[in-house]
Design a protein around this ligand. Sequence first.
Ligand code: NAD
Length: 477
Amino acid sequence: MYTDLLFYIDGAWTLGEADRTAAVVNPATGEEIGRLPLASRKDLDSALAAAERGFAIWSATSAYDRSAILRRAAALVRERHEHMARCMTLDQGKPLGESTLEAKSAADHIEWYAEEGRRAYGRIVPSRNPAVRQLVVREPVGPVAAFTPWNFPINQAVRKIAGALAAGCSLIIKAPEEAPGSVIELVRCFHDAGVPAGVLNLVFGIPEEVSDYLIRSPIIRKVSFTGSTAVGRKLGALAAEHLKLTTMELGGHAPFIVCADADVEAAAALACTLKFRNAGQVCASPSRFYIHDTVFDAFSRRFAELAGQLKVGDGFAADSQMGPLANARRVKAVEELLADASAAGARVLCGGQRIGDKGNFFAPTVLVDTPAEARLLHEEPFGPVAPLLRFHDLDAVIRDANSLDYGLAAFAFTASLKTATELGNRLQSGMVSINHFGLALPETPFGGIKASGHGSEGGSEGLEAYLTTKFISQVGC
Ligand code: NAD
């Protein structure tokens, strides 16, 4: 049911030197389900050499031919998505329905980039001298080092792989050691689709060892990281020292604003879906719920009712709506944030504790009366905890929403076009979604500002991220 845990280097599946391994654990049971090889320097050297050769081949392949191979990979993902989803539920824990949607949507992402890669247009700039032709061309930046996290193992990986490959770059991806299975199966689709050896390479390892070694390598020209702000700062500093381009998709602390004129029932239902999806381990997850005073009681009652009804259990159980947290670190982190909030005066409306002592299950938790100084309102919770806060006036709530250093996603509910426009304009966030959830599509940009990072994945911006500009000024021969 699971998969062989291997690296993919230079077109071959390998254990590498296999001098170190790490356990992969099912977060629903705590049982070991496999041992993952961790890359040595020699393994990383092999991946770097392969990526250098792969770049020479792939950047010389026409966008048309690259597109055809990417489309084959998308078709294979569609064929195999059920197995990929099972691998993800087994090592990451999310309900099989969520894994299935994530696996299926990978095909959409690949197809989008397969098409967009054929539109990396340059331009001709009129010259001052009629004998001179001035061309602006877009070229792939070079071999890329990508680092992806465990919360959306396929989604985080496919956006980097498909974007880089569509642009003509080669890639070494270090995928999450704690949830490797579905990424291995994703990479297998690219291999079976005919991506040439060396173009795509997959490794696992000790994260800081791998990133330090790859980012310093002169072969790597671009770094794309998704993960915490703290790690993003470190990798960004190292990349800057070596003058490497970066895309940084970091943490968030999204405000969810419900105005007095909002459809409270719809807002509570969406808030519940968004907050507890993937057990709250989502960078764009709402983390601060600002509810207008006049609808606070109605919203909080309905939201806590819906949260309390969620069925928490093993992701393979047909009725599970929320799985375990992906690792034991998250349980500890969520417990600490809750203890701090409770000590400061927050009241628990529902949940508030872990469930059972096997696996990393935690009850969907709703809090009220959380004081402004509580860590929960400043630090990314990355777990199933929803603090509900009251507001009276739009200016004040916009100021509060913008008060953190994060700026990834923001959500709002209102029946007024004027208020919606104002919120869209004034919220300091890379993405704003009003009266629905409209983020993370292949054709739209996904990314943050401020401490949430820079650069976008998805949309034409996602291709731009892997291109450089060359100016050619030429007098005819
Ligand atoms: P962490 O900060 O140690 O790791 C986050 C991710 O970065 C992991 O996938 C990890 O393998 C990777 N990583 C860590 N150090 C690295 C390094 N030096 N080089 C390359 N990769 C490195 O924390 P964690 O306990 O795994 O996750 C918790 C926090 O991470 C959360 O609170 C959340 O803020 C953040 N996170 C964000 C996202 C996202 O989608 N933006 C995803 C997962 C985790």
